[in-house]
Design a protein around this ligand. Structure first.
Ligand SMILES: Cc1cc2nc3c(=O)[nH]c(=O)nc-3n(C[C@H](O)[C@H](O)[C@H](O)COP(=O)(O)O)c2cc1C
Length: 183
């Protein structure tokens, strides 16, 4: 049976490159036995400890979305050599209220796209450090630092290069194998 994978895009941009990457990955994921389920984050308020005592429905809804899937794929840009605040805020929501984190044991893969040379490597290193501290099992290899140049996406939004599609299929296989191991 296929697995359901929650996709968190770490960008609040209206025309997000990383969302386009997530959309381009979706058909490859189906071939790898994974069905993507979008988990939005940009609507979450900034976390504050007042929510520990009175946890709002918007937070429970986000946590339920994580708890309803078999694994996560986080597709994130790099902002100022780290992860965007919107993504850190979402992780903070997922870990609260204290003692009721939704993250431990959720198999997760991290990928990021940029037009720049660093290719989200620093952001991904920070993200993996945060997730490891929260008990999240991660895909170690292959790492996926995606540099998006002209022609990366075909007109229909698919990933144009066969070689890149093959690499990304291997990346998604690694996520499926991690989910299988933790099932
Ligand atoms: C506040 C801010 C900081 C950024 N810092 C970096 C950075 O450190 N490294 C990098 O490669 N790109 C950086 N960028 C460029 C982003 O990678 C680029 O805007 C990318 O398209 C963002 O992904 P998105 O389109 O999915 O939102 C930054 C962009 C913004 C808005």
């Amino acid at each position: 049976m296929g697995h359901r994978v929650g996709v968190i895009v770490g960008s609040a941009s209206e025309a997000s490159l990383n969302r386009r990457l997530a959309e381009g990955l979706a058909p490859l994921a189906e071939e790898a036995g994974l069905t993507f389920v979008d988990i939005p984050i940009a609507h979450l308020p900034f976390y504050g400890t007042q929510f520990d005592k009175d946890f709002p429905e918007v937070g429970w809804e986000f946590k339920r979305a994580i708890e309803d899937v078999d694994g996560l794929l986080i597709v994130t840009p790099e902002y100022n050599r780290s992860i965007p605040g919107v993504l850190k805020n979402a992780i903070d929501w997922a870990t609260r209220p204290g003692g009721a984190s939704s993250l431990p044991g959720v198999p997760t893969a991290v990928i990021g796209a940029t037009k720049g040379a660093v290719s989200t490597a620093v952001a991904q290193a920070h993200l993996k450090s945060i997730l490891t501290s929260q008990g999240v099992p991660l895909v170690g290899v292959p790492e996926a630092y995606i540099r998006v140049g002209d022609g990366f996406f075909a007109d229909d939004g698919s990933i144009a290069s066969e070689g890149t599609r093959e690499f990304l299929a291997g990346f998604l296989d690694a996520l499926r194998e991690l989910i299988d191991r933790w099932a």
